[in-house]
Design a protein around this ligand. Structure first.
Ligand code: F6P
Length: 343
């Protein structure tokens, strides 16, 4: 069979591990040839791709980024995009397309399958871990580890100076990275988009901790975190060329408010794209390899319009329509765990 693969949206650790698994497993088990499209949907629209040789794929397991490139360009916002994409796939004889992406890329996949009958299977990627239905997206675990390592380092310098450290992590609509890294890093406060925060309460908690003898406290803030209405003025974010809010900056606002309200010396660190770069953890490599193998097998079973997912501790196929219907918020029980151990 001739398969296609693309990686779309923001990059994340593990994309190359998925590509490798698709090329190796597809070639060995099914005698597939795999065409890689460049820069996500753009490569399909512009018919720009190349056959990925197994020798090329075999040594990319641990490499960050994506050898295919990625972008946020997509057919439904490109002139004649859906027709061009469908025709390019037909011209190249692609019988099954593996679409590796987050909510935006997978929503496009769902529409192309539903409205144009494109034979495709999705693989959920994003450090934000906010794709619906799957318990995990790949890249998330690596990002959490990166953020946790940073928090561990921030604790030691904070302790030397008796400071509050505010660390801003990614998480546009959901606070999974902030929540996990906050628990793993022993944060004093965790601010996430799903739970508007009260800066007075956060500052009061920090004051009490330091009065009680704490010399280092870390506040983890997701970039999409917002204050409770009427408690703190924050500027509206700008938008990028694809209409997405350009986030970042809430950490600095929170830090200066804390300092003003508590008189505790406070510093801010923005982790930004550091969380998306670099080599995937061993866990993510295993997850990516499993996703890649499952996606290839799904195309051979004709399970088009589906996405590979983690469900109940194992892998499953779920309809793309379901997976893209709503973003996945942080789980309430893990939020309670975090609140129980803030320190
Ligand atoms: O979608 C993943 C994500 O990492 C978000 O958390 C973040 O807001 C966004 O990508 C940043 O993307 P860009 O690469 O456009 O700066």
């Amino acid at each position: 069979m001739r398969l296609g693969i693309l990686t779309g949206g923001g990059d994340c650790p593990g994309l190359n591990a998925v590509i490798r698994a698709v090329v190796l497993h597809g070639g060995r088990r099914w005698n597939d040839e795999v065409v890689g499209f460049r820069d996500g949907w753009r490569g399909v629209i512009d018919d720009e791709g190349f056959v990925i040789a197994p020798e090329r794929a075999s040594r990319i397991l641990s490499r960050g980024g994506t050898i295919l490139g990625t972008s946020r360009i997509q057919p439904y916002t490109t002139a004649d995009g859906p027709r061009r994409a469908v025709e390019a796939l037909q011209r190249r004889g692609v019988e099954g397309l593996i679409v590796v992406g987050g909510e935006g890329t997978l929503s496009v996949a769902n529409r192309l399958h539903r409205d144009h009958g494109v034979r495709l299977v999705g693989v959920p990627k994003t450090i934000d871990n906010d794709v619906g239905v799957t318990q995990l997206t790949f890249g998330f675990e690596t990002a959490v580890q990166t953020a946790t390592d940073a928090i561990d380092r921030l604790h030691t310098t904070a302790e030397s100076h008796n400071r509050v450290m505010v660390v801003e992590v990614m998480g546009r609509h959901a606070g999974h990275v902030a929540l996990w890294a906050g628990i793993a890093g022993g944060a004093a406060a965790i601010l996430v988009p799903e739970r508007p925060f009260d800066i007075a309460a956060v500052s009061g908690d920090l004051q009490r901790l330091h009065e009680g003898g704490t010399r280092s406290s870390v506040v983890v803030v997701a970039e999409g975190a917002r204050p409770m209405a009427g408690t703190l003025e924050i500027p509206e974010p700008g938008v990028d060329e694809y209409g997405h809010a350009r986030l970042g900056g809430i950490g600095a606002i929170v830090a200066s408010e804390i300092e003003a309200r508590t008189a505790l010396e406070t510093r801010v660190t923005v982790l930004g794209h550091v969380q998306r770069g670099g080599t995937p953890t061993a866990f993510d490599r295993v997850l990516c390899t499993s996703f890649g193998v499952a996606a290839v097998d799904a195309t051979h079973e004709g399970a088009f319009g589906q996405m590979v997912a983690v469900r109940g501790g194992g892998l499953a196929l779920v309809p793309l329509a379901e997976a893209t219907a709503a973003l996945k918020p942080i789980p309430a029980d893990l939020w309670q765990v975090a609140q129980a151990c803030l320190s």
